[in-house]
Design a protein around this ligand. Structure first.
Ligand SMILES: NC(=O)c1ccc[n+]([C@@H]2O[C@H](COP(=O)([O-])OP(=O)(O)OC[C@H]3O[C@@H](n4cnc5c(N)ncnc54)[C@H](O)[C@@H]3O)[C@@H](O)[C@H]2O)c1
Ligand SMILES: N[C@@H](CCC=O)C(=O)O
Length: 515
């Protein structure tokens, strides 16, 4: 009998014992940096002539791991392996499939600190961010396992005389899982787990900046006894093997999370029928955001400013949910700006291993992109804090940056920067604030700080985002509690961690028997 689902608790690093254990885990992982990781196809290690070199963004001369890089030849093998495994795996009972997830979650729980330590090195997450990522990965496994058991139960149908009617959920086939690097364990594991627990088999192409933590997940699935070929681990360049995989006739669905540009390309390619293709490809694409926090004059200004700073600069603003626009009503604008500046100035920047509040951004391209947005922002508004990149520190560090008096249509108020840059925008009144908030092509997260019930009710109706929060930060969705996914160009609103998610990887078969 399954226990009720509960979110995995976060570690309390202010407890000296917990902090000491984590330091030990960091030391242990440090000793393993620089190892080699092969592809895993049909359960077997496959070496290739090329490699992806995963670097520590806090210290860009430190190699986290050397990972075999797939070419089209291995991509073909991985597809064949998934296709063969599907014939067996799709017949495994749903409850049995769920048990592999529960077992993997138990292994992850035992290796929790180690997994988080890998993300400190590979993704540049500080301790709490890395722990949050591991906890969310465990949550996805536990939640989707239970969801599969629920979907396997007899589904409610209207009964009519003289017929027996049933409806059951069956898998789609072979899928492609393409996750981003910013939640390199949670999102990657969640996207994969949902696809396989529903009876599909997959090719998992991890993000090129974070293939080592994905290799650890594969180790865990193997330890949990997952049959060969159900998940095929295929690191490689998205540009080089992505199009081939997406266009392949065997692929039945693509579960993508990443940028709007790549998501739209996948969506377009997947829509083109190719010879040998038997079914329409389903595309689940969760993409970028330009998320806003609105503050009105009735709100607790201290709390609002703290939430803006936490949402804007947590993990260096590299969350699709990050607050990149603070939209402040005129009468409290100056006070909020003062509070935000004050709180941002207190944030120190440094290596993730030393647990600084602000760590590095993911790579040199990212640093360059953010730097160029800061330059644009300096012309579009008033630079108040930050504005510098800190190359001399040996990693990809960018100061948390606040730019005020930004017009709603400015480039930095419209385009996703995906870094620690906050645009502060002045609104005349609440209607204007909502217009500004809805005035981008995205619609992922948003938050409103207000004690005015009418404003909150109006925002509930009119603030057009997939995840709307009141009087709290706009990051940090919890599995099962805040099903996650965005509107408009933020994606297909798949609601990861929600009750609808597994249906995206299933098809319902209705069976009627006349008596
Ligand atoms: N909405 C969400 O739930 C969510 C969650 C996390 C991140 N994101 C978004 O992800 C982006 C950051 O992640 P990223 O930099 O990894 O995004 P990205 O689009 O650059 O890459 C995402 C994945 O796509 C792969 N890829 C690249 N080109 C490809 C191609 N032509 N074909 C197939 N695959 C290809 C990459 O290798 C990677 O695995 C941001 O825009 C962020 O907002 C969204
Ligand atoms: N689910 C995460 C964001 C994922 C995207 O980066 C949050 O709610 O903060």
């Amino acid at each position: 009998m399954l226990t009720d689902y509960k979110n995995e608790p976060f570690l309390d690093f202010s407890n000296e014992k917990v902090a000491d254990s984590f330091k030990k885990a960091l030391q242990e992982v440090k000793a393993k940096l620089g190892s080699r990781y092969p592809l895993i196809i049909n359960g077997k290690a496959v070496e290739t002539g090329e490699e992806v070199i995963s670097l520590n963004p806090s210290a860009s001369d430190q190699v986290v791991g050397y990972v075999a890089k797939a070419s089209l030849q291995e991509a073909k093998l991985a597809l064949e392996s998934a296709q063969e495994a599907f014939a067996r795996w799709s017949r495994v009972k749903p409850e049995e499939r769920a048990r592999y997830l529960f077992k993997a979650a138990a292994i992850m729980r035992r290796r929790k600190m180690e997994l988080s330590a890998w993300m400190v090195f590979e993704a540049g997450k500080n301790w709490a961010e890395a722990d949050g990522d591991t906890a969310e990965a465990i949550d996805f496994l536990e939640f989707y396992g239970r969801e599969m058991c629920r979907l396997a139960e007899p589904q409610p149908l209207v009964r009519i005389f003289g017929e027996d009617n049933r409806l059951k959920y069956i898998p789609l086939g072979v899928g492609l899982v393409i996750p981003p690097w910013n939640f390199p364990l949670a999102i990657m594991a969640g996207m994969t787990a949902a696809a396989i627990v529903t009876g599909n088999t997959v090719v998992l192409k991890p993000a090129s900046n974070t293939p080592v933590i994905a290799a650890k997940f594969i180790e865990i699935l193997q330890e949990a006894g997952l049959p060969d070929g159900v998940v095929n681990y295929l690191p490689g360049s998205g540009g080089a093997i992505g199009d081939y995989l997406v266009s392949s006739p065997q692929i039945r669905f693509i579960n993508f999370t990443g940028s709007k540009e790549v998501g739209l390309r996948i969506s377009e390619l997947a829509a083109k029928m190719v010879p040998g293709q038997k079914a329409i490809k389903r595309v689940v694409a969760e993409m970028g955001g330009k998320d806003a926090i609105i503050v009105d004059s009735s709100s607790d200004l201290e709390e609002a400013a703290a939430a803006i700073v936490a949402s804007a600069f947590g993990f260096q603003g590299q969350k699709c949910s990050a607050c990149s626009r603070a939209i402040i009503l005129d009468d409290v604008y100056d006070r909020i700006v003062e509070l935000v500046i004050d709180k941002t100035k207190k944030l120190t920047v440094g290596p993730a291993v030393d647990n600084y509040p602000v760590g590095p951004v993911t790579d040199s391209n990212s640093l360059k992109r953010i730097k160029s947005y800061i330059e644009i922002g300096k012309k579009e508004g008033t630079l108040q804090v930050g504005g510098e990149t800190l190359e001399h520190m040996g990693g990809y560090f960018v100061q948390p940056t606040v730019i005020t008096d930004v017009p709603p249509n400015a480039t930095i108020a419209q385009e996703e920067i995906f870094g620690p840059v906050l645009a502060v925008i002045r609104a005349k009144d609440f209607s204007h604030a909502l217009d500004i908030a809805n005035g981008t092509e995205y619609g992922l997260t948003g938050s409103v700080f207000s004690r005015n019930r009418a404003n909150l009710e109006r925002a509930a109706r009119e603030f057009h985002v997939g995840n709307l929060y009141f009087n709290r930060k706009c990051t940090g969705a919890l599995v099962g509690v805040h099903p996650f996914g965005g509107f408009n160009m933020s994606g297909t609103d798949s609601k990861a961690g929600g009750r609808d998610y597994l249906l995206l990887f299933s098809q319902a078969k209705a069976i009627s028997e006349k008596y």
